[in-house]
Every structure is written in structure tokens, then in C-alpha cells.
Design a protein around this ligand. Structure first.
Ligand code: PMV
Length: 336
């Protein structure tokens, strides 16, 4: 039996614009998905999933994993959770050249589903790591990241950047621009997260930005302006890593505010996301923005004090508020 875990992430800067070749800077956070994998003596797949959004349920597949699982929950939830697990299993089988390997799998996650915190990437990354190790193969984190990207790309029908999967596999702060992915230095930023209990439809939101960008030159300029914010932001982040006590965290907050405004102009914020961003700002946060695809889900703010978290707890529309540390470690084996 092998257990691997991988962290979720927040976008410090650059979601949506990253789809059009601009850089983005996601940061891994200490909220993890754990995947337990045990090889079976047959080639069947049995998956038990538990997380914040889904009550525990179990799916059993016959010899051919294509058959519809027999399970008593909404089909969309099964598809959402199972698509990533199946794609991760395919990658593990491929990496170990064991196309017929069968597994019992348990997924546990502290990361809200579809809320901009990279839950699917974390499950995919941890699943590939645990699956390959269970078959006696140890992949470097970069290869886990690459295989996880291919798995997400397939499940999301081409609507995936490398940002989530690379960040989850490597941990820390990363910079992603097209296929170029690298780790960058970052201090432990005072992240505060607000969650509205909902989720956005990533495909729809990405398509909405694409349409706006095609229709209006100023929308294309807005996407480019996000790229400029990211380039400035990554320089400030590096300064902050060298001099954590300086004014850099305050400037990062200002840039997050700017980034949020541009995302709002592109139509991907929502009333609850804006309310949470403003609650954090009013409470004295350095800045705040939505994280991920938007439409609903999470915001991230920077605040060393308790003020933003407390304000978020009393904000109508905010279901949960919590602090999150930068996860310096990416994918890791928990036991084998
Ligand atoms: O909501 P998430 O964590 O899946 O992030 C989506 C980020 C986008 O830039 C909108 C799309 C992508 O694949 O990069």
C-alpha cells in the first residue's frame, strides 16, 4: 500500500491570462489531497472518495474501466472526481508499463472542489505518484507534473494550463509561461482565504474571456495588462524573498488588488467574491483577489493580523475563512 499527498494552490497572479501565453504565479498552500493506492491481484479499479464537498462514496469498475460505475450520487460529481482518478491511474499504468494493473484507491482531500484551490491537480498529482510507487517506479517530481498535466488536459478537453499541476508537484511558488515552468523563491506569505461554498464553471469562464478578447481590443489589452502585473509581481516576490521585512508584501497586495480589478473587468468575478475581497481590504489586508477560474469559490488576501480572517467570518456569502501557509514541499510519499 502506498500513500502520497500533494498540495493545493492559490494564484498570487495571472489566472486566465496564462491561457493566452502570459506568465502566472501560483503558490502551493498547506491544504493537501492524499491518495492511498493498493495494487489488486486482478485488473479492476475500486475508488473510494471523500472530501469537503462530497460525502464519502465508493465506485467499482469491472475489468474494463469504461463501464459506468454503479453509484448512488449525482453523475456530475462522480464524473468530476472520477475522471481525474482514472486519468491518473492510466498515467501510472503507462509509466510502469503495466497496462493491466488493478488498484483499490482512497482519495481524501482538505481542498474544496472546483473552488480555485487546485483540488483536481492535487488529486491527479498524488494519484500518479502513489500509483507509480505502488508498481515499483519512482518518478521525479517534474515527470509527475508533466504526466498530471497530460491527465488534466485530457479530462478538461484541452482547457488546462500547466500551472496547477506543476505547482502541486513542485510546491512553493512557481512561474508558468506556456510550457516553460520553473520554481521561484518566495517568503512564507500571510495568506488568508475566503470560500463562498460554491464553485465556478472553469470551461464556461475561460470561454467567456476568449469571446470578450476576440470581440474587443480593450479586452485583449486587459489580458496583456494582467501579464504586466504578473511580471512586476514576480520581481517584487523575489525582492520579498531576499528581504521579508521590507515593504514588498504591501506592494504584492497592491498588485493583487490591481489583478482582481482586471479579472473583474473580464467578467469572471462574482458578487460573493467581490464582497470577500472588499471585506479583507476593509479589514486592513495588504490586498486581495479571486483565485482560479472565478465565478464563485475562493479569494486570497494577504494579512499578517487576524483582522481579515475575522472580517471574512462575518461576511455574508463567506462560508469558510482560513489561513494557509505556503507549502514548501510539493508531492510527497506519506507511507509505502
Ligand atoms: O479554478 P482553477 O484552479 O481550475 O484555475 C483555472 C485557471 C485558469 O487560468 C482560468 C485556467 C487554466 O487552466 O489556467
Amino acid at each position: 500500500m502506498t500513500v502520497s499527498s500533494a498540495p493545493g494552490k492559490v494564484y498570487l497572479f495571472g489566472e486566465h491570462a496564462v491561457v493566452y501565453g502570459e506568465p502566472a504565479v501560483p503558490c502551493a498552500i498547506e491544504r493537501r489531497a492524499r491518495v492511498t493506492v493498493e495494487e489488486r491481484t486482478d485488473s479492476k479499479l475500486r475508488v473510494h472518495a471523500e472530501d469537503l464537498s462530497i460525502d464519502g462514496f465508493t465506485v467499482e469498475y469491472g475489468g474494463d474501466a469504461d463501464g459506468r460505475p454503479d453509484v448512488d450520487v449525482a453523475e456530475s460529481l462522480v464524473d468530476a472526481a472520477m475522471g481525474y482518478v482514472e486519468a491518473a491511474v492510466d498515467q501510472a499504468r503507462d509509466a510502469a508499463s503495466r497496462p493491466d494493473a488493478g488498484f483499490d484507491i482512497t482519495v481524501e482531500s482538505d481542498i474544496p472542489l472546483g473552488a480555485g484551490l487546485g483540488s483536481s491537480a492535487a488529486v491527479t498529482v498524488a494519484g500518479i505518484d502513489a500509483g507509480t510507487r505502488e508498481l515499483g517506479v519512482e518518478l521525479p517530481a517534474e515527470e509527475v507534473a508533466d504526466r498530471a498535466f497530460r491527465a488534466e488536459y485530457e479530462v478538461q478537453e484541452g482547457q488546462a494550463s500547466r500551472a496547477d499541476t506543476f505547482c502541486s508537484a513542485m510546491g512553493g511558488a512557481v512561474r508558468v509561461e506556456g510550457d516553460d515552468c520553473r520554481s521561484i523563491d518566495a517568503p512564507d506569505l500571510p495568506f488568508v482565504i475566503g470560500f463562498d461554498g460554491g464553485a465556478g464553471d472553469t470551461g464556461k469562464l475561460v470561454a467567456g474571456v476568449r469571446d470578450l478578447r476576440e470581440e474587443y481590443g480593450f479586452a485583449a489589452d486587459t489580458v496583456e495588462a494582467i501579464g504586466d502585473v504578473v511580471r512586476r509581481g514576480e520581481a517584487v516576490l523575489m525582492d520579498a524573498a531576499e528581504d521579508p521585512d521590507g515593504e514588498h508584501v504591501a506592494e504584492l497586495g497592491d498588485l493583487m488588488d490591481f489583478n482582481h480589478g482586471l479579472l473583474e473587468a473580464l467578467g469572471v468575478s462574482s458578487r460573493s467574491l467581490d464582497a470577500m475581497v472588499w471585506a479583507a481590504r476593509d479589514a486592513g489586508a495588504h490586498g486581495g483577489k479571486l483565485t482560479g477560474a472565478g465565478g464563485g469559490g475562493c479569494i486570497v488576501a494577504l494579512d499578517e493580523t487576524e483582522e481579515s480572517e475575522t472580517a471574512l467570518e462575518f461576511t455574508p456569502g463567506c462560508e469558510e475563512a482560513f489561513r494557509a501557509e505556503l507549502a514548501t514541499e510539493g508531492v510527497r510519499v506519506e507511507s509505502s
